[in-house]
Structures are given as structure tokens and as C-alpha cells.
Design a protein around this ligand. Sequence first.
Ligand SMILES: Nc1ncnc2c1ncn2[C@@H]1O[C@H](COP(=O)(O)OP(=O)(O)OP(=O)(O)O)[C@@H](O)[C@H]1O
Ligand SMILES: [Mg+2]
Length: 479
Amino acid sequence: MGVALAHHRKILVVDDDSLVCDSLKELLTLEGYAVDTALDGTEALNKVKQDSFHLILSDIHMPGLNGIELLKELKGLDSNTFIVFITGHGHIDGAVEAIKLGAYDYITKPIDDTRLKFTIQRALEQQKLLLSYQNLKQRLKPWDLQDTMKFRDRKMEQLLELVHTISDTQASVLISGESGTGKSLLARYIHSQSSRKNRPFVKISCGSLSETLLESELFGHVRGAFTGAIRDKKGKFEEAHGGTIFIDDINSASANLQVKLLRVLQEKVIERVGGNTLIPVDVRIICATNTSLQEEVARQNFREDLYYRVNVVSLAIPPLRERLSDISPLAEHFIEQFNLIHRRKVKGLSKTAHQVLLRYRWPGNVRELENIIEQAVILSPGEYIIPEVLPQYIRESAVCTVPASTDLSLDDALGHAEKQIILETLERFKWNRQMCAQALGISRTTLFNKMKRFQLMEHRRQTPGRKPGIKAGGQTARF
Ligand SMILES: Nc1ncnc2c1ncn2[C@@H]1O[C@H](COP(=O)(O)OP(=O)(O)OP(=O)(O)O)[C@@H](O)[C@H]1O
Ligand SMILES: [Mg+2]
């Protein structure tokens, strides 16, 4: 890699300390990169708008526009620039936050030159592959592997049993689950298991389009219904006739749209926007939500009558951290998939890498696992994925036990463990102290005092998950 890859790669170094900027510039220029510098986020953003950079190496804490704000601005620009943060030792939380927002990685101060060079090389290598993969993915037809649901966890097994019972019925289905848990995949799977499988499966999301556009997408429109409606247009419901419509992010549907959806569900007819003919449609409806629709009903954001119509069968996909035994079959599946795409021959996860994955919280669920496995497959030097090719934030969040060789006193070591347990339980119950205290078998006052002692009052960082036993064999539901 090294200089060959460095050639033509442009890096922008952002730090409010001009000495840091200069020394990093010198170091990276020697490595063969073209380097520019900026002293704060605003200057950086201006440079990015004028010139394109492959990578930005940025401090997090800066006066004016800080690193995180810069990252958010970059997202808005829809650029392919990777960003790596430099952070002080005491500020890991900010860096973890940055990763969640889409930063590639972070390195801690004082900067270790070798580590810096490695991180940059790895980021650029991955960026290159990502871009070619994006191209490739667009050209590839979905093949067998993409249409496979992998699971091992008992809860998923039960869910799939239920799915098989209801697939070939007319019943409306509501799939709930955090982002990335596999709701879209499950919707397609249900369709594939029904007698409608040779008819269309049409997907639409209520989350991304404006209300008017969404309405015309769903129900179609007639010529002249609004400016720009130059001809009649079929909507998704008509397209899906005889098949299934998958309405994603149903929780985002406006009040007005909810009324219209209710009508389709009740009367099985639609009316194109601006039209006055009723068109009968025979469509199976599957909806997905990543918030609790029941809570939305309670908050009066969602119509109760519509809720009962869409929620005839309710399928809740648990987050990945609550079904850690799925990690191994999922990882194997993704390894197989990315071996094909990237022409690699990775055989599996090493035991230690698997353990690291088991301890992570997986805020991005299966999608996050998929991305990480892709990275790891690309970067793996050997046959098995080792922890070193996993992103630093995953390895770091996995450090939950007391290090074997510490010079902590027994009291401090126990305190450390106690803190971890309390933190984990708090996270598990979404910081509800009542429930947490109950689960731990202590009073709320005791919990409160311990939280104060361990400085957990304002603490909201990610915590590692629990560690299950590793069972062999997984299950596959093929389309
Ligand atoms: N059980 C599974 N087996 C294999 N792949 C899976 C499984 N669950 C999810 N995936 C894969 O993980 C990725 C995310 O899944 P999907 O898009 O279905 O999630 P989602 O819940 O619809 O997310 P969002 O809320 O963001 O729409 C997809 O690439 C999907 O193929
Ligand atoms: Mg989805």
C-alpha cells in the first residue's frame, strides 16, 4: 500500500493549533499525500466546498465550528470524504459519538505516528473499495445470499415460526424494530412465503418524501392534479395489485395520509390524487416502524383505528444486543457474501474477534455488523478475522472487565466491576432507575448513591452487552 496508494490522495488536516497542523502536514507529505490545513471547522468546510479531499483528519474540540459540527455539515454535502478524528485521552465519549454519526475512526493524543499512518492507509483503502463496491452493488442483481435470513436465537426462531404461520394469509402485518434489525428483509421474506410471491412486492417509505409527493406516489395522480402532473400516473397501490405493498416508517405518516390509508384498508379502494374514480385494489399490506406505534397512539400522533388495522399481526424484531447468539451465523453469512464480492477467502471469525463482537452494544444492529464484517473481510491479512481489523471503537467499547494485570486494590477493582454492572443495567432499562434498582435488588436510594459515587449521573456512554454461550449451527430461512 503506502506511497502507491498515497499518490494523488488529498488530506485536509484541521486543528486550531497551527503547530499540530504543521507537523502533521510535514509527516503526511513525507508519506506522499497532498496535504492542506485549516485552523477550524469553518475554514475546513470552505476548503471542502472548493476542493475535494479523500480524507479529513480533524481535531474534535475547536473554537467556532467544532469537529462534530463539521462532520454533520459534511454529511449534508453528501460527500465521500472520510473523516478521522484526533481526540484527547479524556474525551473518548465525544469520539464514540462521532463514530455513531459516521466518522470513520479516531485516534488518541499523543499521536502515535505508526498508528496514524496505518489508520489513514486503512481508511483510504476502504474508501477505494467502498466506492467500487457501490458501483458493483448497483450492477448486481440480488442473488440468493442477499435473500437469506440467518438466525440462531430462540426469540428469532419463535418469530420465524409465527411468520410461517401468517405469511400466506391476507392479514396486515406490522413489523417493529430498531433501525438495521432486518425489518425490510423480513417484509420481503413474508411476501416470498405467500401465494402472492409471483406478484409485485412494492416498497415505499413514509420517512423521506414530502406529504404531497408521498400521496401521489402511493395513490397516483391524474393529469393536471397539480403543477407538474403532465400525465396520469399509477401509484404504488395500483402497482402492487395482486401482490404486497411494504410501507416503511409508517410512524412518520401525516394525519392526513393516515386517513387515506385507513380508507384503503377498510374499503380496499383508492382514488388517484385529483381524480374522482374509485379504483379497487387487492393488496396485502406490511408496515414497518422503528418507534413504538402504540406509544405514538398514546401520544395521539397516530390514529388508533389505523393502528388496529395495520397491526393485525405484530412482529417485533429484537435488537441485535438482545440476541447475541445470532452474531456468529450472521457474521458467517456476511463473510461468505463479502468473500464473493471482494474476492477474498476469509474463513471465519477468530475466537477473540468473536468475543469482541459479543461485548459490543450494536446500536446499528445487523446493518452495523454487516458493515464491520465487510471492512474486516477486506482488511484481513489471514484466514481468520482478528480483533486488529475491527474498528477501534468496537475494540475499546469491548473493554468491560478489570484488566488482568492491574495494580488496582481489590476494593477499587470491585468498584470498577460494580460500576460496569450498574451502567449496563441502566442502559438495559433505558436509564429508568426504578426498574434498574429492582433488577439489581437494591433500593432506589442505594442506586442513586452509587450512581453519584461512580459519577454516572450524567453518563450516557455505550456499554458492552452481555456474553452468552456460543452454540454451534445456525438457521437459514431462504426466500
Ligand atoms: N437475519 C438476517 N440475516 C441476514 N441478513 C440480515 C438479517 N437481518 C438483517 N440483515 C441484513 O442487514 C441489513 C439491514 O437490514 P434491513 O435493511 O432489513 O433493516 P431495517 O430494520 O429495515 O433497517 P431500517 O430501520 O434502517 O430500515 C440488510 O443488508 C439485511 O440484508
Ligand atoms: Mg428498512
